[in-house]
Ligand binder design. Structure first.
Ligand code: ADP
Length: 361
């Protein structure tokens, strides 16, 4: 994540250093401790049970969805449930084919290789990964020049768990090698409340049910945001009140952080205002919005947009993003007379299909 204003947001679901210290403690270890995502858990349980019963390694799994929803956590949970080792890496970290070869030749049967940001693997590295995932072989070139030889090494049957925030950026051959694809959605309010209450227990901070509700309401359905807000509210409660997280302290702390009652912060509001005030409500492309407020369009696409879409504040069309009447109402901006509702399914002469692609910029 870039080092601009957005990476300093309290509600940014991107990873921060501070998360690291507590991540181990906060992270659920078994599927039973993992709150929410019920359908995904049910499917994953079947996948795990079946592999265990057949004494086979798990099929390759891909988790996709916005950051902070628990993709990495689930990979650890799967490793625990399967009782195997997990090795963690990320697409941009595997720079050369040799890096991947070194990792793969150290895997044992059943082990899990977790690749975060799997859509960012380089082409050459991906090509080594295809036969490794499909046939458990590693094709390498030994030597240089005319004497170079292709050597095929056999690998143990390992499992790749990939995670991505951008399914549309995954190449078709890589996507095809994952036997199980799971989409992670924003969490329900009740699930986030449970996660906040559990987190407070781990931090040993007293919390009222209404305090947990208030934090959960402003956590945009994202566990990482919820746990971060919990820590900020705890600070506030300790410095300005008795230390207990009540509804009152939660509201006061979150208001001070300028996180509104729907979990929107300054960056979300700037994006919406830009669309409404600078581009007449849209349609406007993400890159243009990003340039107009000096933010990376990647940040807007990964972090801001999914939640605004979920709230129904934005619509994606083949021609760009449009602010909906709900967005105007939330910002207290009068709806212009000429506001035309978006028709996402209207065929466009300029788009290959009427349905905009997931990552259409
Ligand atoms: P992602 O890989 O999708 O970006 P992570 O797995 O790193 O997300 O999760 C972010 C944080 O939220 C971690 O601290 C993790 O412990 C916590 N978390 C995620 N999902 C859950 C959950 N279902 N229950 C409790 N905590 C969770």
């Amino acid at each position: 994540m870039n080092d601009n204003a957005s990476s300093k947001r309290t509600i940014s679901p991107g990873k921060k250093r501070e998360d690291g210290r507590l991540a181990g403690l906060m992270r659920p270890q078994q599927l039973d401790d993992f709150t929410g995502q019920e359908r995904l858990k049910a499917n994953l349980t079947i996948l795990i049970e079946a592999a265990k019963a057949r004494q086979e390694s798990l099929d390759h799994v891909l988790f996709h969805g916005p950051p902070g929803l628990g993709k990495t956590t689930l990979a650890h949970v799967v490793a625990n449930e399967m009782n195997v080792n997990i090795r963690i890496t990320a697409g941009p970290a595997i720079e050369r084919t040799g890096d991947l070869a070194a990792i793969l030749t150290n895997m044992r049967a059943g082990d899990i290789l977790f690749i975060d940001e799997v859509h960012r693997l380089g082409r050459a590295v991906e090509e080594i990964l295809y036969p490794a995932m499909e046939d458990f072989v590693l094709d390498i070139v030994v030597g240089k020049g005319p004497g170079a030889k292709n050597v095929r090494l056999k690998l143990p049957k390992f499992t790749v768990i990939g995670a991505t925030t951008r399914l549309a950026l995954l190449t078709a051959p890589l996507r095809a090698r994952f036997g199980a694809l799971y989409r992670m959605d924003f969490y329900e309010q009740a699930a986030i409340e449970t996660i906040v209450t559990r987190g407070a227990g781990i931090l040993r901070v007293p919390i009222e049910a209404a305090g947990a509700t208030e934090i959960a309401l402003r956590s945009r359905g994202t566990p990482r945001v919820a746990l971060r807000l919990l820590r900020r509210v705890r600070d506030y409660a300790e410095v300005r009140a008795t230390g207990e997280i009540t509804e009152e302290t939660a509201v006061a702390a979150l208001d001070l952080l300028e996180i509104d009652n729907l979990g929107l912060d300054d960056l979300d509001r700037r994006v919406l205002r830009a669309i409404i005030e600078k581009f007449g409500g849209g349609p406007v492309g993400l890159d243009t919005i990003g340039a107009s407020i000096s933010e990376e369009s990647d940040t807007i696409m990964d972090v801001v947009e999914p939640y605004l879409l979920q709230l129904g504040f934005l619509e994606r069309t083949a021609r760009g993003r449009i602010a909906t009447p709900h967005a105007y109402a939330h910002l207290d901006v009068p709806l212009p007379q000429h506001h035309v509702p978006a028709k996402p399914n209207q065929p466009s002469l300029f788009a290959p299909s009427s349905e905009p692609d997931e990552d259409d910029e």
